[in-house]
Design a protein around this ligand. Structure first.
Ligand code: ATP
Ligand code: MG
Length: 457
């Protein structure tokens, strides 16, 4: 596609050794059409323009439209201050502390409108850096060029103008999108130090878009990965949801592994996978993530509890084995292992209790699938987490096919009519004298006592 550019160099700065300046890609030289843009976003753009402000569609939406994708949200950058936006739109509110911006609300759709910001220290105290170079506040308004270069990747720094439908490119992002390359703007190490979450964003966006990561952007990742520990655990949780529940979980996981981020993000899982010589746990994990991607593609619901049960299962298995090897009783070991793994992981990723509790339930249910007495079967079938627990059991077949008989049994049991007197859902762990859990690590297994399945009685 030819690039029409007016190449009006307004600043003499260079970005990563490449010339910085405005390149305007005219409407006939890019594929973005107004019919692919949310009508509400168009409304905001027109209103800003009519009020005399500059307003552009920016960021992920422009990037996604250029590669033929469907943006999930439409962000706008403007010369208007948040207060001016607030006055212009009755249906708006101001949000954010680190970034002050306006949300314009149209029913269920929210259009985020942010004032052009600079990534410079003007001495006003509106921009603070921590000793390590981490950015803590970033509220200095600036020109559009400043707004472009403070963004993370060149592909995310493209501006779609409503007055002439052109795309404005200050960082070489248009060419990078065409070549499907993800490239940080500026010095990669400095940009990662400012905000280590950018490391996860690099892997996530490469996975989502099928882009490669430019060498200079990729090479610092394994070295700087430990900086992620300084990021807010709540932000890391949000980023994990985007990594794994947006339809590209397998690619995200492989990217995290490949670029050395997994040992920092999920340390216990990472070491448990390394210790699992057969590779069975990794196969199971990847199979679970593949299933998640299929569900997202089919518009079926996906649950963070199930996701984290999967991501932390290797860590849980390993901890459980260690506790049982110390002679701890199975039921006690299961509870302790679940708590320990959750607690350790929480220091990195703030998994809310509404997800960590069902996650633990999914783990604790696993040992109950071995129990086939009629009463226990009925009780388990009525358990609110039965379905998730069963789906998890199905996945465990990928680590060890010794679960196939259990899977067949419980598949069949679900088709049997329920006894209404038996349906209550109190959570029960193994009772004294009962068998320890059969889990999927490398440790030696005990032989399981056979019980006659109720379904065949
Ligand atoms: P998606 O919405 O598909 O996950 P996105 O690029 O739109 O990806 P958002 O988190 O919605 O991601 O961010 C919107 C825009 O804000 C980005 O495109 C980028 O320009 C900028 N941005 C987001 N996070 C950062 C960051 N950590 N550092 C610099 N710029 C960022
Ligand atoms: Mg976005």
């Amino acid at each position: 596609m030819p690039i029409h550019s007016d190449d009006s160099l307004e600043r003499g700065t260079t970005i990563d050794g490449r010339p910085a300046g405005l390149r305007t890609i005219a409407r006939d030289a890019h594929p973005i059409s107004r019919k692919d843009i949310s009508p509400n976003a168009l409304r905001v753009l027109y209103r800003l323009r009519d009020a005399g402000f500059a307003g552009f569609l920016v960021g992920g939406a422009v990037r996604d439209l250029l590669v033929g994708g469907h943006p999930k949200d439409f962000d706008i950058a403007t010369s208007a201050t948040p207060e001016e936006v607030r006055h212009l739109f009755r249906n708006s509110r101001l949000i954010g502390r680190r970034f002050r911006l306006a949300h314009v609300v149209f029913g269920r759709e929210i259009i985020e409108v942010a004032t052009f910001r600079a990534n410079v220290d003007d001495g006003s105290g509106d921009r603070e850096l921590h000793a390590g170079g981490r950015l803590v506040r970033d509220n200095v308004f600036g020109a559009i060029e400043d707004d472009a270069i403070r963004r993370d990747f060149t592909a995310n720094a493209l501006y779609y103008a409503i007055d002439d439908f052109s795309v404005r490119d200050y960082t070489g992002g248009f060419e990078d999108v065409q070549n499907r390359v993800l490239r940080l703007i500026g010095d990669p190490e400095q940009r990662y130090r400012e905000d280590p979450v950018r490391m996860l964003r690099a892997v996530r966006l490469a996975a989502k878009l099928g882009f490669s990561i430019d060498d200079a952007t990729a090479s610092p990742l394994p070295v700087l990965a430990p900086l992620l520990r300084e990021s807010a655990p709540a932000r890391l949780f949000e980023e994990c949801l985007k990594l794994f529940l947006s339809g590209h979980a397998v690619a995200s996981f492989l990217g995290l592994e490949r670029h050395g981020l997994l040992p920092v993000l999920l340390p216990e899982t990472s070491s448990a996978l390394a210790a699992n010589r057969s590779g069975a746990l990794r196969r199971m994990l990847l199979e679970g993530l593949r299933g998640t991607d299929v569900r997202v593609a089919n518009d079926e619901p996906v649950s963070p509890a199930f996701l984290f049960a999967l991501l932390l299962w290797p860590a849980y298995c390993r901890t459980l084995m260690a506790l049982q090897a110390q002679g701890m009783h199975a039921a006690e070991a299961q509870r302790r292992a679940a708590d320990r793994v959750t607690l350790h992981q929480l220091s990195m990723i703030a998994l809310p209790r509404r997800f960590s509790l069902p996650m633990q339930e999914i783990w604790l249910l696993q040992s109950r699938f071995a129990q086939r007495q009629r009463k226990r079967v009925m009780r388990l079938l009525a358990h609110p987490r039965f379905r998730a627990g069963f789906d998890f059991l199905v996945l465990r077949q990928f680590a060890s096919n010794e679960h196939s008989e259990e899977v067949a049994f419980w598949q069949e049991a679900q088709t049997q009519p329920m006894d209404p007197l038996e349906t209550h859902s109190d959570e029960q762990a193994l009772e004294p004298g009962e068998e320890p859990a059969q889990l999927d690590g490398d440790a030696p297994r005990k032989r399981r006592r056979r019980r006659r399945p109720v379904a065949s009685q």
